[in-house]
Design a protein around this ligand. Structure first.
Ligand code: UD2
Length: 314
């Protein structure tokens, strides 16, 4: 891969991807409208990447940044489920139409492959576990619907136009650069942020609900594999670790790093919360030769180091 484009490259996952691509010597372009992404995330690379502030709803801007690009990593999106419920039109404009524009600009620019950031949200709360890609989908939010629509378009572009597309269904991604400031931020970023201040978190429900938490460097690794492996065009692939951790044990781990004692506040279960989620990652193993490289303990330790160093800088 010589030249690539990362949409949403100033966001949490996008900026981690940019960092790795730069380390690998790839020429990187970033398109980000800086709505949720921040330049701070890519500040060390700004001189060496081709950064354009722009929106995926702008086909002209997309065509401009797509010229000469071999691979597109499409990470830009309205990433908040509750925001998508508040404003489903905006979510559809950015996530549905924006993805269609990205695919169309890629087709026009003869891009080789587009890797699309989809989500485990497409499964909804159907009870079967672990989640496998051939299971029924049931989006419960405009966000989830938009990710499923993005997958549909990606497959369509492969079938109609021969554009190689690969969809990765991210489970609960965590790690450095995840923004903890919104009430809907990822639980690990919120717990870390509390812990560095010596504060206790709030746990919704009994805390025995569990998630498949995947460290961002493994998500980056999988994106690179998805960009480079042969014969995977048209694939939809779960991206998790295959194991799960409860919210209670998550806090137990973080409170140990932080040396924060005491009982977290416990409140009612969050409405609409999914009780249990874990990925079957056989397909990722088979098609991508993907193997998570970071255990939960390692990922959590690296994440803790990042949040604690950030708090001393600010
Ligand atoms: C994740 C994704 C979301 C969507 C969804 C699909 C993130 C940040 N969100 O939502 O985009 O794809 O999966 O199912 O990855 N919790 C607490 N206290 C807190 C915050 C959270 O107890 O202060 C609990 C929460 O009730 C939930 C768990 O932690 O049971 C995980 O919450 P989350 O918001 O990090 O992620 P999730 O799985 O709801």
């Amino acid at each position: 891969m010589q030249k690539c484009l990362v949409t949403g490259g100033a966001g949490f996952i996008g900026s981690n991807l940019v960092e790795r691509l730069m380390g690998d010597g790839v020429q990187v372009r970033v398109l980000d409208n800086l709505t949720t992404g921040v330049l701070d995330n890519i500040e060390p690379f700004l001189e060496d990447i081709d950064f354009k502030q722009g929106d995926v709803r702008d086909l002209d801007a997309l065509q401009e940044v797509m010229a000469g690009v071999e691979v597109v990593f499409h990470q830009a999106a309205v990433v908040s489920v509750p925001k998508s419920v508040e404003d489903p039109i905006e979510a559809a404009m950015v996530n549905d139409l924006g993805t269609l524009y990205v695919l169309e600009a890629a087709r026009r620019a003869s891009v080789r492959r587009v890797v699309f950031a989809s989500s485990c949200a497409v499964y909804g709360d159907l009870p079967q576990l672990p989640k496998r890609e051939n299971m029924e989908t049931r989006p419960l939010s405009p966000y989830a619907a938009s990710k499923l629509h993005g997958e549909t378009y990606a497959l369509l572009y492969r079938d109609l136009y021969g554009l190689e597309t690969v969809c990765l269904r991210y489970f609960n991604v965590y790690g450095p650069k995840q923004d903890p400031t919104s009430p809907y931020s990822g639980v690990i970023s919120i717990f870390m942020d509390r812990a560095v201040r010596g504060e206790l978190p709030t746990i919704f429900g009994d805390g025995e609900q569990f998630r498949d938490f995947v460290y961002v460097a493994d998500v980056v690794q999988a994106n690179l594999l998805a960009a480079n492996r042969d014969n995977i065009a048209g694939a939809v692939i779960n991206l998790g670790t295959g194991s799960s951790v409860t919210v209670n044990s998550l806090w137990a781990n973080i409170s140990q790093f932080a040396g924060v004692g005491g009982e977290p506040e416990r409140v009612e279960e969050r409405p609409g919360d999914i009780r249990e989620s874990v990925a079957d990652i056989s397909r990722a193993r088979e098609l991508l030769a993907y193997e998570p490289l970071y255990s939960f303990e390692e990922g959590l330790k690296l994440t803790w180091e990042w949040y604690s160093s950030r708090s001393t800088r600010h």
